[in-house]
Design a protein around this ligand. Structure first.
Ligand SMILES: Nc1nc2c(c(=O)[nH]1)N[C@H]1C(S)=C(S)[C@@H](COP(=O)(O)OP(=O)(O)OC[C@H]3O[C@@H](n4cnc5c(=O)[nH]c(N)nc54)[C@H](O)[C@@H]3O)O[C@H]1N2
Ligand SMILES: Nc1nc2c(c(=O)[nH]1)N[C@H]1C(S)=C(S)[C@@H](COP(=O)(O)OP(=O)(O)OC[C@H]3O[C@@H](n4cnc5c(=O)[nH]c(N)nc54)[C@H](O)[C@@H]3O)O[C@H]1N2
Ligand SMILES: [Mo]
Length: 672
């Protein structure tokens, strides 16, 4: 199907960005003679307002860059050396089907492991044909826990993931708590709303070990030690309960587990929290007093606080604050968390039950591939994901990918670090070459993304490729959509009427409540009994020490520094990591640097018992002492050691929900 104008012409076409970001921008793409020349923000979207982030403005460099996967390839040399020969789609898919059949015959279907996560948030590119294919095969089920597992489980247990406050309502708040989130990089369209709020007299509190640009402009910055947010949140709860500031009338009507939470918060005086978090007790007290006395107050919970051993209880305690403080029921009050589950978009053909299969936690990929397992994983099918760069315990992951007896398929747009280890590489279209539905999770919107150019090379979309694999394996069932266009039409058919009309008219559709629901006015907890569960018993049973119990810092005398790896404006996870950029540096506080005789610009070795990474050092006071920073999403080619921060990250799991503990890496740093 050709979509691009074939005559010599220039046109500006509108589509939507489906990358894993809360904003889901409307974008305008200029296409000249069938080639993209530029991409920028669209205007048909109140939140995008004509601008987009710098990284997506560079997206044409990905579409036409040297790293682009243009044709199917099969391995022609030793594993991990990136030597490939070009083959036809037929040959590539035949070899995949053959290896899948062999694996099933020899070990059973559970020896096949699909591996996917954040490549695309669209409704056609994930959890669609891919889910049908792997479920029907009876493949192992992937627990997709690398991100948002603790925040998601907390939001679900407390509130049944009730829709939360959207960007548009931030200006109504009089106190905004930015907890472990850096909107300046990870969702830039929140910025104007935050500024508007501050201009209207709202206070902003930033809780982050780094002095980000957002923290710099905040009225109060609490630079907590990584992994200690639980102590801080419980100290605020204690203050509310002890000082008679908890909204007991509201809690009595709407919440369960109040006493259990109150009891576990009991030991967390401001002094004790100060000791653990490294934040002065007076600042904690100021925060607690502001929170208690201000309405509307909004807790904007991010993801930075979940990526550690206390991530479950910490996000639970943080998200519970608006309930205990009685902050619901007014516009701008309550909490803001991912809104991706806010509206039920049916994809009915996907819900047919399939046979059960074992589950595998993706954060343990290295172990899964290298330790004995019954049956072993013998086919790994990677798509929408770059695990060699993004999963914990990188060295172990790489050792697993090196296994000669492992058959690895990598279906991607570019030759990622993971593709280096592939047996078959399948070229994928980008969002500028296929249809998809982009769902925002900061604001609430749904848009149809359309191809603005023909597929580059022989790239094909997920929907088409998984559709074809289903057909080739003889697993197609009557009446289900096959391939991208049929799936697109089916989703459209199943959309509720007003939303569908907006989408057909090319607009960003907002769900009910005009896209800005007020919690406890327009929306209520979606838990089974409609209550808020402040002490979810099932999570308590799952948690080794029990809920709300602080697990101490894993630092040792040998490895005293906490290494965190936040999002940057350069990449989205590791997507766009192939593009050129200045040398990537480890950031360290001046006191920590001088204690080690290090100075700005030194080449350093960052190491622990798991591995090491070499890179230049940047000395700066915008990170707290005891903490060092190296960005997430870095590709191996970008460091002197061909390893990234993930080589130092343990594959331990969060206290509940099996999340990744990226920020529990503890390291030492030396001059090379
Ligand atoms: N530009 C850009 N945008 C992105 C992404 C990207 O890679 N690049 N990624 C997307 C994805 S997948 C996600 S999940 C979101 C993530 O978006 P954010 O929630 O903003 O996630 P992070 O960057 O992981 O962490 C946010 C902040 O938490 C701080 N932090 C680290 N550890 C702790 C801690 O223990 N406690 C507290 N309070 N703060 C801590 C970090 O210093 C960082 O400034 O952004 C999405 N948007
Ligand atoms: N050290 C450290 N590591 C981290 C984190 C951290 O905080 N610290 N954070 C983590 C977080 S928040 C997340 S969400 C994960 C994300 O980790 P991943 O899921 O690995 O996400 P990406 O790195 O964005 O890789 C997605 C890949 O999907 C491809 N892709 C995009 N669209 C399509 C498509 O339509 N079809 C196909 N077949 N492929 C497509 C992209 O080209 C890209 O290579 O990383 C985690 N890694
Ligand atoms: Mo993420």
């Amino acid at each position: 199907m050709s979509v691009a104008p074939t005559h010599r012409t220039e046109s500006t076409l509108q589509t939507a960005c489906p990358l894993d970001c809360p904003d889901a921008c409307t974008v305008q793409v200029t296409v000249r003679d069938g080639r993209i020349t530029s991409i920028d923000g669209g205007y048909d979207n109140d939140v995008t307002r004509g601008y987009i982030c710098a990284k997506v403005r560079r997206f044409p460099e990905r579409v036409y860059g040297d790293a682009r996967a243009l044709h199917p390839m099969v391995r022609s040399g030793p594993k991990g050396r990136a030597s490939f020969r070009r083959v036809s789609w037929d040959e590539a898919l035949d070899s995949i089907v053959e290896r899948i059949e062999q694996a099933r015959a020899r070990y059973g279907s559970e020896s096949i492991l699909p591996f996917c996560y954040g490549g695309s948030n669209g409704l056609l590119t994930q959890d669609a044909g891919d889910a049908l294919f792997f479920r029907r095969l009876g493949a192992s089920r992937l627990q997709r826990t690398v991100c948002a597992a603790p925040t998601g489980a907390s939001n679900m247990a407390l509130y049944g993931k009730m829709p939360s406050v959207t960007y548009q309502d931030y200006p109504h708040a009089r106190l905004i708590v930015l907890w472990g989130i850096n909107p300046g990089a990870s969702g830039i369209h929140a910025a104007p709303y935050l500024k508007q709020a501050q201009d209207a007299g709202s206070r902003i509190v930033a809780i982050d070990p780094r002095t980000t640009n957002t923290a710099k402009t905040a009225d109060l910055h609490l630079p907590v030690r990584p992994g200690t947010d639980l102590a801080l949140a419980l100290a605020v709860h204690r203050h509310l309960f002890e000082e008679g500031l908890a909204d007991t009338a509201f809690l009595e009507m709407h919440a369960t587990g109040v006493e259990r939470l109150r009891e576990r918060a009991g030991e967390w005086t401001f002094d004790r929290a100060a000791e653990v978090t490294g934040v002065p007790a007076a600042d904690i007290a100021r925060f607690a007093e502001w929170f208690a006395s201000t309405s509307p107050a909004l807790v904007r919970c991010g993801w930075g606080l979940e990526r550690n051993r206390n991530g479950g209880s910490a996000t639970l305690a943080v998200l519970a604050l608006p309930a205990v403080g009685g902050k619901f029921g007014v516009r701008g009050g309550g909490y803001a968390m991912s809104n991706s589950a806010s509206w039920n978009i049916a994809r009915t053909w996907l819900t047919t039950p399939e046979p059960d299969a074992r589950t595998i936690n993706m954060n343990r990929l290295g172990r899964v591939l290298t330790e004995p397992m019954e049956p072993p994983v013998s086919v790994l099918f990677v798509y929408n994901c770059n695990p060699a760069a993004t999963m914990p315990d990188q060295q172990r992951v790489l050792r697993g990918l090196e296994r000669e007896d492992l058959f690895t398929v990598v279906f991607d747009q570019v030759f990622t670090d993971t593709a280096t280890y592939a047996d078959v590489v399948l070229p994928a279209t980008t969002f500028l070459e296929h249809y998809d539905f982009a769902r925002a999770y900061g604001p609430l919107s749904l848009q149809l993304g359309r191809p603005v150019i023909d597929p580059v090379g022989e790239a094909r979309s997920n929907a088409d490729v998984f559709g074809e694999l289903i057909a080739r394996m003889g697993m197609r069932q009557e009446g289900e959509p096959e391939g991208e266009l049929e799936m697109l039409l089916r989703v459209m058919d199943e959309l509720p009427e007003p939303i569908r009309r907006d989408i057909e008219a090319g607009r960003a559709a907002t769900p009910p409540w005009n896209g800005a629901p007020v919690q406890f006015v327009d929306v209520f907890p979606r838990t089974a009994d409609g209550k808020i569960h402040l002490f979810p018993e099932t999570l308590d049973r799952e948690t080794p020490l029990g809920l709300y119990r602080y697990q101490p810092d894993p630092a040792s005398a040998e490895y005293p520094l906490a290494l965190i790896s936040p999002a940057t404006e350069r990449t989205i996870s590791s997507t766009l990591g192939e593009l050129s950029r200045p040398a990537i540096k480890l950031v360290m506080h001046p006191d920590d640097a001088s204690a080690r005789g290090l100075k700005d610009g030194d080449d350093v070795r960052v190491f622990n018992e798991r591995g090491e990474m070499r890179c230049p050092l940047q000395v700066g006071a915008w990170v707290r002492t005891g903490t060092v920073v190296f960005p997430k999403g870095v590709w191996r080619k970008q460091t002197a050691s061909s390893t990234t921060s993930n080589s130092l990250v343990p594959d331990t799991l969060t206290d509940f929900a099996g999340g990744a503990c990226f920020n529990d890496a503890r390291v030492q740093v030396q001059k090379v």
